[in-house]
Design a protein around this ligand. Structure first.
Ligand code: PLP
Length: 327
């Protein structure tokens, strides 16, 4: 018996389950986000064994919700799945689920131009399977209203702490099981680092490797702008092979900045590279481009015009092509 169709309520998140059909294909079904859907033995819960993506949908002038850089997110999800050897749903199945979720949200809400949704795609290794049984990953998309980032937040900037992640920069190559470049569900360490920063008078974190390289924020990529003596703008980001996630926002911004004639650099970077820069930013899909105003308690310049320029590059949402850090 098929479950009763569920209609989301206005203002509430929309949950779309990717259910395995008889032929193994994943079919989207809108379900009630207020009731349980996972087994307590799901390895996503018991071991943090799974992966996720957080993307953004924004309503255009006509109030139609459009996904930002969905292809880049699904590409990264496939790379994470390969790193975890996790049989994740196909890109086509995710696209169908997201489309279904956007339709359901639109049916339940008066969507206005500029409205934003955070779109979180999750896949876990599923419940412990009996020996010999096929694994049954659990997969779903959750679309939740996301508040607009206030102009004030983009203007003021973040105080960050540089925190040692405890791994040297060769660790990703030496120990691929650390999964440093995959967006796994094991974010407890990242959240602990954010709590540590907040308890010590800061807003956010930039991780460093044990041998002193700049890495990334717990939920963001680091960008630096420097202007050369000849006036050329140089946009820099840490080297991905040092153990960071391939940022989709970084890739879009680099593609647009490169097209606008900026020089692009992919590290390796060290904390000294933050000094004397025109500005430093943390970038990610939902919060966008946020300037850093202090590093370890030392104030650094905040250039609001540059923040808006980088944010405009991100909003233009071009094809990131090959502009992923370190590729
Ligand atoms: N680095 C980490 C560890 C992240 O968790 C994220 C996003 O959540 C990013 C970087 C930025 O990635 P994106 O720009 O694709 O959102």
């Amino acid at each position: 018996m098929s479950p009763t169709p569920f209609s989301p309520s206005p203002g509430e998140p929309v949950l779309v389950l990717l259910e395995a059909g008889a032929d193994g294909a994943r079919l989207p079904r809108v379900a009630d986000p207020a009731v349980p859907h996972l087994r307590v033995s799901d390895q996503g819960v018991t071991r943090g064994d799974g992966l996720f993506e957080t993307a953004l949908a924004v309503a255009d002038e006509a109030g139609v919700l459009r996904m930002r850089k969905l292809g880049a997110h699904l590409g990264r999800l496939a790379s994470s799945a390969a790193a975890l050897q996790l049989p994740a749903p196909s890109a086509a199945a995710w696209e169908a689920a997201v489309e279904r979720g956007l339709q359901a949200f639109t049916a339940a809400n008066d969507v206005a131009a500029g409205d934003r949704l955070s779109v979180r795609l999750t896949v876990t290794r599923g419940p412990e399977a009996a020996p010999g049984a096929l694994p049954q990953p659990s997969a779903w998309a959750l679309l939740s209203p996301a508040p607009a980032v206030e102009d004030e937040e983009r203007r003021t900037g973040l105080r960050v702490l540089l925190l040692d992640r405890g791994l040297d920069s060769r660790a990703p190559e030496r120990s691929p099981w650390l999964l440093t470049g995959a967006k796994t569900l094991s974010y407890a360490v990242n959240m602990a680092a954010l709590r540590y920063a907040r308890a010590h008078g800061a807003d956010d974190v930039v991780f460093t490797s044990a041998d002193g390289y700049l890495l990334e924020g717990p939920t963001s990529t680091v960008l630096i702008v420097r202007t050369g003596v000849d006036g050329t703008r140089r946009l820099l980001t840490p080297l991905r092979q040092k153990g960071i996630l391939a940022g989709t926002s970084q890739a879009v911004i680099f593609a647009a900045a490169g097209a606008a004639g900026w020089e692009l650099g992919y590290g390796p970077l060290v904390p000294a590279d933050l000094e004397g820069a025109d500005g430093v930013w943390l970038v990610s899909s939902v919060r966008g481009v946020l300037p850093v105003r202090a590093v370890d308690g030392v104030e650094i310049p905040v250039d609001h015009a540059l923040t808006l320029e980088l944010q405009a590059h991100l909003d233009a949402d071009g094809d990131p092509g090959a502009h992923v850090a370190g590729d």
